[in-house]
Design a protein around this ligand. Structure first.
Ligand code: UDP
Length: 197
């Protein structure tokens, strides 16, 4: 694994295809700890400098994808060596296609009440074979979090998509990484709204 630090934030030097292969290997790795994937854009890289909790989450990630064209431009100017832009939404699309082919299941956490349900319905129609293990909206209180984690674990998804917006989603995944029993958790911001149409 090759990484570069941009303003102190670790970003993986990786292509779209390499990302996909990595995700497949994460999904196949039985008995390993939760794999955490984030896709920061330049704004989040800026935020991370003032936010140690976010930086910690990014440092603890298994993949930090170079989303946002600004990171690629910075890389070109400074010679950081990033290969290409790898967006959260394209990565999610590929991962969902693969999950469908393999009969794997997902849980979608985030968005306004009702939105995750519509997004899941649309995903189920779009990706043949995909199993929807469950969903939950993203406007909960801290005291509800244990119950939400239990709900996710009961649903037994292979993949958890967390759409709480950055930096909330990165911190949330990092907070519960030892409690969540799925193969991988990916922070994908507003994609719940995109899939809900
Ligand atoms: N969101 C949420 N809980 C919150 C804050 C935001 O579920 O406490 C959801 C919001 O409804 C939206 C998603 O997070 O669906 C992403 O929000 P935004 O577009 O602001 O984040 P970004 O994509 O820029 O990370």
């Amino acid at each position: 694994r090759q990484q570069v630090r941009i303003l102190g934030v670790p970003i993986d030097i990786i292509t779209e295809e390499e990302t996909f292969q990595k995700l497949v290997s994460f999904l196949d790795a039985e008995g390993e700890a939760l794999k955490k994937i984030y896709t920061p854009n330049p704004e989040i890289v800026m935020v991370a400098q003032q936010d140690p909790e976010l930086l910690k989450a990014l440092e603890d990630a298994d993949l930090v994808l170079p989303d946002g064209i600004g990171l690629l431009i910075a890389s070109k100017l400074k010679g950081f060596g990033l290969k290409e832009r790898v967006t959260g939404i394209d990565t999610m699309d590929k991962l969902l296609t693969y999950c469908g082919e393999q009969g794997k299941s997902i849980f979608l956490l985030g968005g306004k009440p009702g939105t995750a349900e519509i997004a899941c319905k649309n995903m189920g129609n779009k990706y043949r074979g995909l199993k929807i293990a469950g969903f939950h909206h993203g406007y909960f209180q801290e005291m509800d979090e244990v119950e939400i984690v239990e709900g996710i674990n009961k649903a037994q998804p292979d993949v958890l998509f967390v759409c709480l917006g950055a930096p909330k989603q990165e911190k949330w995944v990092n907070k519960y990484k030892h409690q969540l029993h799925c193969r991988l958790a990916m922070g994908v911001g507003g994609s719940v709204d995109i899939y809900a149409g």
